[in-house]
Design a protein around this ligand. Structure first.
Ligand code: NAP
Length: 269
């Protein structure tokens, strides 16, 4: 990908799943990465790239002083912040009559308020930076297909991700004139610790099977398949892309099948 070598990027949620795969891909592309997560430390996620291009800081994205300290650390390490991928997130929700107010707040706090805080502090830094190749920076949020369409029991999670999708579009409008692009990736179901925890619960075998079928490619995605989309949006290959929700979902949101591909002899390998 063009324009990632030597760039400085903050990745939240970098200890696990999509965030970790994104940090690894960025290091392979020659970027400098400040990984951040709730966990106190994380190993360098990739073998390629310069060994001093990786640093890690603990962050709670729902705590403003913690987010401010993360961005300050990035600036102190790299001198500027060219990009951010906010992959920190939590699952949670349920049918609304069953959801505790505290659980609702927890999900919104991390997924939506956290996205706001990370964007606020990174964009404040970017606005003060010199233009490089006509750009001050690129912001990538990780939303979800559950922010595009409803899912049974989604509630707090879907509301948080729908909020991330529209917040991303608003930020794209606000900062385009200052050379800052803002886009989201909307993953389908991806094989990470988050989904392993959910689908490891008793009774989840049937929903898991049905969900796999809803992905027209017939499987969960891999974190690396979301990392490549996030890196594309950060890179100068996406220099004319802003305000976009890039759906990476193996065809989940393409539409319904209704068994017709089977009738046509088009199902299966
Ligand atoms: P994951 O493997 O659980 O990774 C998420 C990471 O974020 C974890 O290390 C988690 O730490 C961290 N985190 C949670 N709360 C945080 C906070 N307040 N501050 C900083 N870090 C925090 O999940 P994932 O599947 O990679 O998900 C990454 C993002 O993609 C999330 O926003 C998720 O909603 C989104 N997404 C995932 C899927 C999917 O199918 N996997 C689909 C669509 C969208 P702990 O483990 O300590 O909580």
């Amino acid at each position: 990908m063009r324009g990632l070598t030597g760039k400085s990027v903050i990745v939240t949620g970098a200890s696990s799943g999509i965030g970790r795969a994104t940090a690894a891909r960025l290091l392979e592309e020659g970027a400098q990465v400040l990984g951040a997560d709730l966990s106190p430390s994380a190993d360098r996620p990739a073998s390629d790239g310069s060994s001093d291009a990786w640093a890690f800081i603990r962050v709670d994205v729902s705590d403003e002083s913690s987010v401010a300290a993360m961005v300050a650390e990035g600036v102190s390490l790299f001198g500027r912040i060219d990009g951010v991928v906010n992959a920190a997130g939590v699952a949670g929700g349920g049918a609304v009559h069953m959801v505790d107010a505290a659980e609702w707040r927890r999900v919104i706090d991390v997924n939506l308020f956290g996205t706001f805080l990370v964007a606020k502090h990174v964009i404040t830094q970017m606005l003060g930076q010199e233009l490089v190749d006509g750009a001050r920076g690129s912001v990538v949020t990780i939303a979800s297909i559950e922010g595009i369409e409803g899912t049974a029991g989604g509630s707090a999670y879907s509301a948080s991700k729908g909020g991330v999708v529209i917040l991303t579009k608003n930020m794209a409008i606000d900062y385009a004139g200052r050379g800052i692009r803002v886009n989201s990736v909307c993953p389908g179901f991806i094989d990470t610790p988050m989904t392993a925890n959910i689908f490891g619960l008793d009774g989840m075998e049937t929903p898991r099977h049905d969900i796999i079928k809803e992905h027209k490619l017939g499987r969960f995605g891999e974190p690396e398949e979301i990392a490549s989309a996030a890196c594309f949006l950060l890179s100068s290959d996406a220099s004319f892309v802003t305000g976009h929700s890039l759906i990476v979902d193996g065809g989940y949101t393409a539409g319904r099948d209704h068994g017709v591909t089977e009738m046509l002899g088009l199902a299966g390998p």
